[in-house]
Design a protein around this ligand. Sequence first.
Ligand code: 3PG
Length: 213
Amino acid sequence: MKLMPDMLELMRTSPVIPVIAIDDINHAVPLAKALVAGGIRVLEVTLRTAHGLPSIRAIAEQVPGAILGVGTLTDPDEFVAARDAGAVFGVSPGLTAALIEAAISSGLPLLPGVMTPSEVMRAREAGFRQLKLFPAVQAGGIGMLNAIAGPLADVTFCPTGGITETTAAQFLACKNVACVGGSWLTPKDAILAGDWARITALATTASALRKTF
Ligand code: 3PG
């Protein structure tokens, strides 16, 4: 069995976690290689296309250095399949009792999505201290993160949703943010054109946003 990472350590490994949706399985490995070449090693491959799981398997086998997560986990049955394909962590847009159970029984560390203080509190009660604020901008963005840092101080966030190359640094400056997620590192036109150099350049800029803990 693979060694599963500590979620906080993982979040501190990379200032940006690219949220990846693969439309063509042939893109998976070169895309992951391009990101890793730019210093972005923690990758979230979502299950929102049919190529999600096969892409995780291919990247796990062929891209040394990638730390692979499975994203858009909404079905408890997907945890074991993703773990067996090579994912070492999971990300979900929200949290349900069934997902908590699946995270525990599969042993796959989960970064669950929350959007309100009550959702943060329910996730904490279930034992989660590292959370994804989702959708981050729509949830109130930086103002929301700062407002909950006082009353809910023991939680660390990966805000995701609506964050851009321009705003990422402002999110990372929040004391309760360890990393951010976003899709701007993987523009669809660059992937379709096979412009891996552009993706490596985006990753290089993103990895320079590293924060000191
Ligand atoms: C998503 O749902 O695709 C992720 O939250 C990424 O959002 P973004 O495209 O706004 O970065």
